[in-house]
Ligand binder design. Structure first.
Ligand code: ADP
Ligand code: ASP
Ligand code: MG
Length: 813
């Protein structure tokens, strides 16, 4: 014999019930089948009860809704000639229900008795109809009302099953009746006086477990709408997977901490008789499901699952008066248990200065009141403070039998939450060490679950969520590169890059799913109007782990927003130099926030585009080397311009060409005035530990003052044309000395400078072609022969590649 239980999710409508019949027909064993109310009906009944108790007569509208759902089922699955009996049964029951609610409404009072009777209607209706459907489908079935089988008694204001009486009733029923299928409503029971009682919300699982225990069956099957107990709630963690095997205790802990798929008391009766239990999916019956038995098979997985309880509050009692005085905690717990309030978690600081308990939000105020009453005297003497309630929290637990034998589990829990800036409010570890349970702010739940799921179950895959701003030359190339590398990154680096937001100055896309990079352009054209504030708020409210804001612009306004992102643990990757070349205090502030909130701030492309310049410098400094001198060609634009500026060519045409090829800043004056190079050497100086400002960088400009003072790009080009003699002279002077013109940045003895220099054939820089950059690091270790980084130092593709490398750096952390 087997016991099968089908939950509300399995019997929500006619199509679902067809799946149930199929499972029952296929199984040739004798079956006891426990059925819940149609999905959602018990909820509606509870709401109606609340309404009636509060004097709100709109409960009457819900009666129609309940009637409709049940009659629809009858119409869809029972032939018209056989409907009348069951239809009139349903109508009579609904009349009774309405009468009961009317009396609750008149009295404005909800009692245990009215509550149980009213919520019991769901199972009474569902089972009566399903019984008729089964009969019509030629299943050999009898129906027995569980109120005749399961007896409860009131203890501490709670209905507890009287096991002895229940056992006698069940055994004597099954002695007399042995159809192939016995249909029994879950959840409902009765007391000694024959009055209806219930086993608590979700209690059908418990009904089934009690029957499995008494009938000593081989297996208890819980059929639901998911393929087992998952590694985390599948509605919140899309990567969650069914756990193939759990020990009884692991299942108990997971369900106790909120994995709703099993009602926690269910485990006790099956543990007693060591009956295996399997959770199966009614809609995918071939899926393996979760087997729960006495073996604790880890399959190499130490943490088996993560579960959580929503809507939790913490109540803290603290005060100097508590120190060393015995009995405080006893009095606290007694005060709470008197009110029948369930405590989810307890932590006590070893200083004994405070005790903190986690409980359901709805119980928090009552708990506070009873604690404050209990400690009235001590509060009046200021020995303790009135209990403090903090709401909007969730309790989250990781569970596994073998956790106690492995070190580092809690370290991993704390560090992965910490690096995503999720604050832990309270911590407790079960004495069995089978669970570690924490309380965090409710807004972080999805992020926390996914972060922990990633660290404990998907260690091989790390997800990065990108929000890209600026999709012109560089940004466009970046998206193209990410799209092309997607498979490689996932296979070789186990990185999953998801672009969740794209914006330019006109339009933006804010998406809940990764944006398709095959047609992002048309998606963006049809996006909503760009709004920087909304973009930021959306990223923040998404609260995704490993979020990164990417700035591909040269905009000052956008550079001012980095601190906002970093403050919220959103990383920033940027090719925009403005922030790092801003006032020293602002640069330092960003670095500090990045450290404080564990939010990466990377800007490798600020110097040398895609060349690993800053990374190399950081590695030298971090490994204890000391920078003596940096000498560099840092402007791909100026290098390109002076490499192409030959006799007979117009300087302004060469500049124009460089701009067209994407080798200059959007405003070429920033390059030609030397400001761009000055910013770069400033950033290198700062990264090597010098505290200097931009104005301290010596800038020997080669531009005539007229060009420097222009107000627009047009004017600038005009002035270049007008001053062509000035530029031709610069070229001539160099050629006369057989030298080439190179714009060189230097850092030595704490002094940074930039300027156009004559470079002769012997110099390392003489042959630097096109838009290439070269950086010579003279350090203690590289004293005679410098460490040289050389290569293309401008252009959209290499800059995009540099940004991409920063993103990957974050992914590999
Ligand atoms: P039934 O009506 O079959 O009793 P429930 O709604 O009580 O179904 O339980 C099944 C639901 O439990 C699933 O649909 C899922 O949303 C939720 N759930 C929460 N945590 C988990 C988990 N860890 N594994 C599986 N399901 C879970
Ligand atoms: N119908 C009841 C409820 O929704 C019992 C159950 O489904 O297990 O709580
Ligand atoms: Mg359930």
């Amino acid at each position: 014999m087997k016991v099968l239980k089908f939950g509300g999710t399995s019997v929500a409508d006619a199509e679902s019930i067809d799946c149930v019949s199929k499972i029952i027909k296929k199984d040739k064993n004798n079956l006891t089948v426990v059925i819940s109310a149609l999905g959602g009906i018990t909820n509606i009944l509870s709401i109606m009860l609340e309404k009636a108790g509060n004097g709100d007569d709109s409960y009457k509208n819900n009666i129609n809704e309940i009637e409709k759902r049940h009659l629809k089922l009858i119409k869809n699955r029972i032939p018209i000639t056989k409907q009348s009996g069951v239809v009139s049964f349903v109508k009579t029951q609904l009349n009774n229900l309405e009468n009961l609610l009317d009396s609750v409404f008149s009295l404005r009072e909800i009692t245990l008795k009215s509550s149980a009777t009213i919520t019991s209607f769901g199972e009474i209706l569902s089972c009566s109809i399903i019984y008729e459907i089964f009969k019509y489908q030629k299943i050999d079935v009898i129906f027995e009302d569980s109120r005749n089988l399961i007896e409860t008694e009131l203890q501490n204001n709670r209905e507890i099953v009287n096991l002895i009486k229940t056992k006698n009733k069940v055994i004597s029923f099954f002695k007399k009746n042995n159809s192939r299928v016995t249909l029994i409503p879950g959840f409902i029971a009765s007391n000694n006086n024959g009055e209806t009682t219930t086993l608590g919300r979700g209690g059908s699982d418990y009904t089934a477990a009690l029957l499995a225990n008494i009938l000593d069956v081989n297996i208890l099957e819980i059929w639901t709408d998911v393929s087992g107990m998952y590694t985390a709630n599948p509605k919140l963690v899309s990567e969650a997977i069914p756990i193939t095997n759990l020990s009884y205790y692991e299942a108990m802990e997971l369900s106790h901490f909120g994995a709703k798929v099993i009602y926690p008391p269910t485990l006790q009766p099956i543990i007693e008789k060591q009956i295996p239990m399997i959770i199966k999916n009614t809609f995918k019956p071939d899926d393996q499901g979760t087997l729960i038995n006495s073996s604790s098979n880890t399959n190499g997985q130490i943490v088996k699952g993560i579960s959580h309880i929503d809507n939790v509050a913490i109540v803290t009692l603290e005060g100097n008066g508590m120190i060393g005085i015995p009995g405080f905690s006893n009095r606290l717990f007694e005060a709470i248990s008197k009110k029948n309030i369930n405590i989810i978690m307890i932590t006590q600081a070893s200083s004994e200065y405070s005790i903190c308990i986690g409980l359901k939000s709805e119980d928090a105020q009552e708990a506070k009141k009873s604690i404050d009453d209990e400690f009235k005297f001590e509060i009046s003497l200021s020995k303790v403070y009135p209990a403090k309630v903090e709401d909007d929290m969730v309790n989250l637990a990781i569970v596994g039998d073998k956790m106690k034998d492995h070190q580092g589990i809690s370290g991993k829990l704390f560090s992965s939450l910490g690096s995503n800036n999720i604050n832990i409010r309270a911590i407790a570890q079960g004495s069995s060490e089978r669970n570690i349970s924490i309380i965090i702010d409710r807004i972080n739940i999805k992020k926390a679950l996914n972060t922990l799921h990633e660290s404990f179950f998907e260690s091989q895959i790390k997800e990065l969520n990108l929000f890209v701003t600026g999709v012109g030359n560089v940004g466009g190339k970046l998206l193209e590169q990410i799209n092309k590398q997607e498979k490689y990154l996932s296979k070789n680096l186990h990185l999953k890059i998801r672009v969740m937001g794209i914006s330019n100055s006109k339009k933006m896309i804010l998406s809940n799913e990764p944006i398709s990079l095959n047609n992002w352009k048309s998606l963006l054209e049809n996006g909503i109007n760009a709004d920087r504030d909304l973009y930021y708020k959306n990223i923040k409210s998404k609260n995704l782990r490993n979020s990164i804001f990417i700035d591909n612009t040269a905009s000052e306004i956008i550079s001012k927003e980095y601190s906002k992102y970093l403050n919220n643990s959103i990383g920033v990757v940027t090719c925009n130099k403005i922030a790092c070349a801003d006032e020293l205090k602002n640069y330092k502030k960003l670095k500090n926030i990045s450290r404080k909130f564990n939010s990466p701030f990377l800007f490798e492309t600020n110097v040398g585009a895609g060349l690993p310049v800053i990374d190399t410098l950081n590695n030298l400094v971090a490994s204890g080397d000391r920078i003596i001198k940096i000498q560099a060609i840092l402007s791909g634009s100026l290098n390109f311009i002076f490499n192409n500026f030959k006799k007979g060519k117009s300087f302004s045409d060469v500049v124009k060409k460089a701009e067209e090829l994407g080798f200059t800043e959007p405003d070429p004056k920033i390059d030609l005035s030397g400001v761009d190079v000055a910013r770069k050497i400033l950033i290198l100086a700062r990264e090597s530990g010098l505290n200097i400002e931009l104005k301290q960088v010596k800038n020997n400009t080669f531009l005539p003052s007229e060009s420097l003072n222009t107000a627009s790009k047009e004017e600038f080009y005009k002035s270049l044309k007008k001053n062509s003699n000035h530029f031709n002279k610069i070229l001539n002077d160099a050629e006369l000395k057989k030298c080439r013109l190179k714009y060189i940045a230097q850092l030595e003895d704490g002094i940074a400078s930039v300027g156009l220099k004559h470079v002769n054939k012997e110099h390392d820089f003489y042959n630097i072609e096109g838009s290439d950059n070269i950086i010579l690091f003279y350090t203690n270790r590289y004293a005679d022969q410098p460490l040289i980084v050389k290569g293309a130092g401008a252009g959209a593709a290499v800059t995009a590649a540099g940004i991409f490398a920063d993103i990957i750096r974050i992914g590999k952390k």
